[in-house]
Design a binder for this molecule. Structure first.
Ligand SMILES: Nc1ncnc2c1ncn2[C@@H]1O[C@H](COP(=O)(O)OP(=O)(O)O)[C@@H](O)[C@H]1O
Ligand SMILES: [Mg+2]
Length: 307
């Protein structure tokens, strides 16, 4: 089975291996660029990735690409491997075999030390992406700058304010995470994930547990980060309405492999796994069974004891 199946055949995968074009580097570690027939340039690429966990193949020859400067949303049932995929791109999980290319560099060959410089290009926001409870919001966002740069305090202050304003949190510098609502905390965590100007940002389930208003806010922040800063965003989500609004491409993970395409392609897909997933999730999103959607109850709860 080919690694990537495309409804419109735009992305070809032959014999489970992606179709690479040599950048002309020539050496053993050739810089690889891969583009679709449409001209999408893939900034992140998985090539025939296999990965087992507890005797179960999470990825069974997965090949997929993530276009540079665009938003790709990764969908799939719980346990399909969405978080694992992000961890693999972030160099936190190594595949059993296959390649994971970031800007043409195969990170599966790198040592832990070498991985540091790759991670510098990445911003990661994982589920429950904890802000440190004992630090103010300002200090939380400043932390990556203090750790990774030699910026002066006034420069750090400027940068932090700029980021917090960009996510719509201009007045929370001195508050502790516990004093913010769930949606505000998530926006602050996003500000922290992008404060060092990463070119690729990985975001795991940014909408889970949020009410519709906060879903829209987070969505707008993500779209804005992408448009204004040209960040390549890879977002996992269950939220179909948001996904359809923000995704340039969608990647649906199932059975260790992936189906990739335009949001429209996936909506029109005749693959039973896709149609079942989309219809179930759409009902969940658009036809809440209880009068008060769970997200609203969650948001009105006192924001204490956060991660
Ligand atoms: N640390 C782990 N130990 C054992 N199994 C794991 C571990 N992490 C993930 N898995 C397994 O890998 C598969 C993919 O998990 P995950 O990436 O968390 O899925 P998703 O994010 O799509 O819900 C699941 O079958 C899960 O049980
Ligand atoms: Mg997950």
């Amino acid at each position: 089975m080919p690694g990537v199946r495309l409804p419109d055949g735009r992305f070809r995968a032959a014999g489970g291996r992606a179709n690479f074009t040599d950048d002309g580097g020539g050496g053993a570690k050739v810089a690889i660029s891969m583009s679709s027939a449409e001209g999408d340039e893939f900034r992140v690429l998985l090539d025939d990735v296999r990965f087992q966990q507890g005797g179960h193949a999470v990825f069974d020859g997965l090949s997929c690409g993530f276009p540079r400067g665009k938003i790709t949303v990764v969908l799939g049932a719980s346990g399909a491997g969405k978080s694992t995929l992000l961890r693999m791109i972030g160099g936190l999980t190594r595949p059993d075999s296959g390649r994971v290319l970031i800007a043409g560099q195969d990170i599966t060959e790198l040592s832990e030390t070498e991985l540091f410089s790759v991670r510098d290009r990445l911003g990661m926001l994982f589920q429950g992406g904890a802000l440190l409870d004992s630090l103010t919001i300002f200090e939380n966002v400043a932390l990556p700058l203090r750790e990774h740069t030699r910026l002066s305090d006034p420069d750090i202050a400027d940068e932090v304010r700029r980021r917090l304003e960009a996510v719509g949190l201009p007045d929370v510098d001195d508050l502790l995470p516990g004093q913010l609502s769930g949606g505000m905390k998530r926006r602050a965590a996003l500000a922290r994930a992008v404060v060092t100007d990463p070119e690729i940002v990985l975001v795991d389930e940014p909408f889970s547990g949020l009410d519709p208003v906060n879903v829209r806010r987070i969505e707008n922040v993500l779209v804005d980060l992408n448009r204004r800063l040209g960040i390549t965003l890879i977002v996992t989500s269950h939220h179909i309405a948001s996904t359809l609004r923000m995704a340039y491409r969608m990647l649906f993970l199932a059975d260790g492999s992936a189906i990739y395409g335009l949001p429209d392609d996936l909506l029109k897909s005749s693959d039973l796994r896709v149609t079942e997933f989309l219809s179930a999730e759409t009902q969940e999103t658009w036809q809440p069974k209880s009068p008060t959607p769970p997200g609203l109850r969650l948001a009105s709860r006192a924001p204490r004891g956060a991660a």
